[in-house]
Design a protein around this ligand. Structure first.
Ligand SMILES: C[S@@+](CC[C@H](N)C(=O)[O-])C[C@H]1O[C@@H](n2cnc3c(N)ncnc32)[C@H](O)[C@@H]1O
Length: 273
C-alpha cells in the first residue's frame, strides 16, 4: 500500500502553534504584577526619552504579550498616537489583549509576513523583544524588512532584542536551545538573537538609519524576577523594590553596560529620500 509523502512542516506554522499553546494555557503564572509594572515603566521611560515628545499619527506594536500579562505599553502609545494597532502570532493573545484594551485595534498576524498591512502605514513601530523568538536566524532580517516596509518615510522603529553579551542571557538562551519544554527559568520559547554590533548592520540593510543605540534593564533579572513574586507593586516594600530596580539603570553609565543590559535597544528612522 502506498503512503502519502510526509507534508513538509512550515516553520512559521510550527512557531504559531507554540505561541497558541502558550496563550491557551494559564499565563497568569507569567504575570507577576511587580515585575510587569517594572518592565512597562522601563519601556515607557526609554520610549519617552528617545522619542522626545513626538506625536504620531499611527503606531504599531509587534506583539501583545505585555498587554495581556500586565498593563503593557498601549496606554502610553495611545497617549502619543492618534491610532494604535497591534498584532500577535497567537490568536489567544490578541483576544485577551482586546478584552483588556477596548481602544486597541488588534489582529492575529506574523511579524515576518504582514500581508494585511500596506506599505507606509505607520509612523511609529514598537517591537520589544518579539524578533528574538524565531527558530531561523534569517527571519530577523525578514521581519526587519517587513517593519521597514510598513513605516512611512520619516517614521521610527523602536526595537529591543535579548542581549546575548549579557552572560545570564547568553547562558539562558544556550540552555533554552537544548531544553525546548518551558520551565520556571525559561517559561517560553527563546529564539535566535544577535548582539547590538550585528543588529545595527541588519537594521541598516533593511533600509533604516540608526539614530540611537543602547542597553536596557540592568537589574540582575533572575534574582529580582523571583523577588518580585513576594510583594505587591503598591505595597511600601514593593515600591522600595521597584525604586531599587529602576536605580539599577545607573549601570548604563558604566563601560560594563554591554554585559549588564538585558536588552539591546535600537531607534532607527526610515529615510525620507
Ligand atoms: C513571550 S513574549 C515576549 C515579548 C514581550 N513584548 C515582552 O517584552 O515581554 C513573545 C510574544 O511574541 C509573540 N510572537 C512570537 N513570534 C511572533 C511572530 N512571528 N509574529 C508576531 N508575534 C510573535 C508571542 O505570541 C508572544 O506573545
Amino acid at each position: 500500500m502506498s503512503q502519502d509523502p510526509p507534508i513538509p512542516r512550515d516553520p512559521a506554522a510550527a512557531g504559531q502553534e507554540r505561541w497558541d499553546t502558550m496563550a491557551s494555557e494559564d499565563i497568569t503564572g507569567l504575570s507577576l504584577p511587580l515585575w510587569r509594572r517594572f518592565c512597562d515603566q522601563l519601556h515607557v521611560w526609554i520610549l519617552r526619552e528617545w522619542t522626545g515628545g513626538t506625536r504620531f499619527a499611527s503606531a504599531f506594536k509587534t506583539d501583545l504579550f505585555d498587554e495581556v500579562v500586565g498593563a503593557g505599553l498601549v496606554d502610553w502609545l495611545l497617549s502619543v498616537s492618534d491610532r494604535v494597532e497591534g498584532i500577535d502570532v497567537a490568536a489567544g493573545i490578541v483576544e485577551q489583549a482586546l478584552q483588556k484594551h477596548a481602544e486597541l485595534r488588534a489582529r492575529q498576524a506574523d511579524v515576518r509576513q504582514l500581508v494585511e498591512h500596506p506599505s507606509g502605514s505607520f509612523d511609529l513601530v514598537v517591537s520589544n523583544s518579539t524578533l528574538d523568538h524565531f527558530d531561523d536566524q534569517r527571519d530577523l532580517a525578514v521581519a526587519l524588512a517587513e517593519l521597514s516596509r510598513i513605516l512611512v518615510p520619516g517614521g521610527l522603529l523602536f526595537l529591543t532584542l535579548d542581549n546575548p553579551r549579557n552572560p545570564v542571557v547568553g547562558l539562558r538562551n544556550r540552555l533554552a536551545s537544548r531544553w525546548t519544554a518551558p520551565g520556571p527559568l525559561i517559561p517560553y520559547f527563546m529564539g535566535h538573537t544577535v548582539p547590538l554590533s550585528a543588529l545595527i548592520p541588519l537594521v541598516t540593510a533593511a533600509g533604516l538609519q540608526v539614530e540611537r543605540t543602547g542597553y536596557l534593564m540592568h537589574v540582575p533579572r533572575v534574582l529580582f524576577l523571583h523577588a518580585s513574586r513576594w510583594f505587591s507593586p503598591d505595597s511600601r516594600p514593593g515600591q522600595s523594590l521597584l525604586h531599587f530596580m529602576q536605580g539599577c539603570e545607573m549601570l548604563d553609565h558604566l563601560p560594563t553596560r554591554a554585559w549588564t543590559g538585558h536588552f539591546s535597544v535600537v531607534l532607527a528612522r526610515k529615510p525620507t529620500k
